[in-house]
Each structure stands twice: as structure tokens, then as C-alpha cells.
Design a protein around this ligand. Structure first.
Ligand SMILES: Nc1ncnc2c1ncn2[C@@H]1O[C@H](COP(=O)(O)OP(=O)(O)O)[C@@H](O)[C@H]1O
Ligand SMILES: [Mg+2]
Length: 290
């Protein structure tokens, strides 16, 4: 193992953060966040990312979810969001079948291992999850959508080396990461603006042939009056026989999750508007140099 990473470094970052005296103005400010546990599985992958030159240091744990933990990190390209998937057990994939239906796995042995949830199969599922998130992120980013910039790639060879982690640009700042729309306080005008952008974002994905699969204010960030879409491992294409149903479900959960902001759209009218806008012009593609 490399000597460049040590427990001292965790302590150092923490102390520095405390010295920075961050003003406590919200629920998810850096000062309130816990320092990551040095001994957990994140340790190995963080060391590897540092050795590969993708990040310099990890500043704090931002949020621990069902399948992954999000950290704030620093990289050569600026502040980064490091999403590290947890060591998977069989339960993690309880609901993955609906998203993967229609995908063809050519290797029969691999297909069987994944189906049976063997150790190897779970590992393959996790790898597939991470690779899908990067690939989707790159595609959407290059197509000009409002998503965080992926910081490793665009070649799969490069991002395969960061499994089980995904590295992307941090939305917001290190002191104040962008809130999710589910927790943002919006004026009625901002709520309307956020709704409009969220519907447009879903339409932009549909134009490219995608349904997000988990589209709601929980996976939409809000920063400087802009909506940024996140969380893409379960993106599905029209190949999937459940595509229409997933799309309908996304429209439904988008509408429902916006009630809190005073909007009362139905899933049906949302879906119609998304489909209408998907026929319209999309964003300007971004030029990405290899
Ligand atoms: N690029 C980003 N910039 C800032 N915060 C982010 C970014 N990506 C994710 N987050 C934060 O991390 C949390 C978890 O990320 P997400 O991709 O939604 O994973 P999951 O929901 O599977 O845990 C999000 O709810 C959000 O608060
Ligand atoms: Mg999420």
C-alpha cells in the first residue's frame, strides 16, 4: 500500500476544516458533516484514487445512502464529489431486475452468477452499476444536459479503474454543497422555475432515449437557480420492456415530489409535457477532448 495515505491525513483535513470556521447556515454544511471512517472499505479505494492521481484528498463525508456514500474530495480539476458504492450484499439488488431487463449478457456463466447472486455475481453487478453510472454521465454531459461533469474518462478503460467509486464535479462549494430540491427552500417563482427545468431535463433525457428510473426532487440538485440531475446507475433505454412504465413512474414521482413546493401537476400531464418537449430542440452538445 502506498504511504501517501495515512490516518493522519484524515485528522489533518478535519482540523483544517475546523480552523476554517465555517458559518453554520444550513443543515448540510461541511462543519456538521462527519469525517469519513478511515478503516471502512472506502479506505482502499481512496488510496487507489490518490495513487492514480484522480484526487488529492477527501475532506468529509457528505451523505450515506442505501447503496453508496458520498464524500467531498479535492482533485486537480477542482472540488469533487466521490460516490463510493458499498460492498454489495444480495439485498442491494432486490429491485435491479426491472432496470436490467432487456440487457443482453453474452457470457452465460456471468449471467448465471448474477442471477444466482453468488459472490462473483454480486461483484459483477456492482461493477456494472458503476460502469453504467459513468457511461451515462458521460453521455449526458457530452449531450449538454445539466448534470455534474464526470472527472474520470471518457474512455471506459480509465473509469473502470475507479470501481466501486464514481468521481464527478462537486455541485455547490466545499463549504456549502448544493442542496437537493427535496430540501431546498424555494419562493413560488423559484419553484416554478425549478419545475420547468426539471421537466425539461426529463425531456432532454427522453430525446436521447433514456428514462432516469429514479427521477424526483431527491435526485435533483439546486444551485444558483439551476437544476442539476444526479444519480444515474439505473438509467434505462427503450430496449427495456419496462421503459414506458419507468418513464410514467418518473413523471409521477417528479409531480408528487414537487407538491411540497406548492405545485400540483399530475403524473399524466407531466408525462405529456415531457413527451411534447422531447420532440423540441435539445441543449448544445459539449465538446469533450479525449
Ligand atoms: N455532483 C454532486 N455535487 C454535490 N452533491 C452531490 C453530487 N452528487 C451527489 N451529491 C449528493 O450526494 C447524495 C447521494 O448521491 P446519489 O447519486 O443520489 O446517490 P444515492 O442516492 O444512490 O445515495 C445526493 O443526494 C446529493 O446530496
Ligand atoms: Mg440519489
Amino acid at each position: 500500500m502506498s504511504a501517501r495515505w495515512s490516518e493522519d491525513q484524515w485528522g489533518e483535513s478535519e482540523q483544517r476544516l475546523r480552523r476554517k470556521h465555517i458559518k453554520p447556515t444550513g443543515r448540510r454544511k461541511l462543519a456538521d458533516l462527519t469525517a469519513p471512517e478511515p478503516q471502512d472499505i472506502a479506505d482502499d479505494i481512496i488510496r487507489r484514487l490518490i495513487d492514480l492521481g484522480h484526487i488529492h484528498e477527501v475532506l468529509a463525508e457528505l451523505k450515506s445512502g442505501k447503496e453508496a456514500t458520498a464524500y467531498i474530495a479535492r482533485s486537480e480539476k477542482g472540488s469533487a464529489l466521490l460516490k463510493i458504492y458499498r460492498d454489495f450484499d444480495a439485498r442491494s439488488f432486490k429491485n435491479d431486475a426491472i432496470y436490467r431487463e432487456g440487457q443482453v449478457v453474452l457470457d452465460a456463466r456471468a449471467a448465471r452468477a448474477m442471477k444466482n447472486r453468488s459472490r462473483k455475481g454480486l461483484e459483477m453487478l456492482q461493477e456494472g452499476w458503476v460502469m453504467a453510472e459513468y457511461a451515462n454521465l458521460w453521455h449526458l454531459w457530452q449531450a449538454g444536459l445539466s448534470v455534474p461533469e464526470p472527472l474520470v474518462g471518457p474512455h471506459p478503460f480509465d473509469y473502470a479503474a475507479t470501481i466501486p467509486a464514481v468521481l464527478m464535479r462537486l455541485i455547490g462549494t466545499e463549504d456549502e454543497p448544493a442542496p437537493r430540491l427535496s430540501e431546498a427552500k424555494l419562493t413560488p417563482e423559484q419553484a416554478q422555475n425549478a419545475w420547468n427545468q426539471s421537466v425539461q431535463g426529463m425531456a432532454d433525457m427522453l430525446r436521447l432515449g433514456y428514462a432516469h428510473g429514479d427521477y424526483s426532487t431527491y435526485n435533483l440538485l439546486w444551485w444558483e437557480n439551476t437544476v442539476i440531475i444526479i444519480d444515474f446507475p439505473q438509467l434505462t433505454t427503450r430496449q427495456n420492456p419496462n421503459f414506458r412504465e419507468l418513464l410514467r413512474r418518473d413523471a409521477e414521482s417528479l409531480a408528487t415530489s414537487f407538491r411540497k413546493h406548492g405545485l400540483h401537476e399530475t403524473g399524466e400531464s407531466t408525462l405529456r409535457e415531457v413527451q411534447r418537449r422531447a420532440l423540441g430542440p435539445g441543449p448544445e452538445p459539449r465538446l469533450v477532448l479525449p
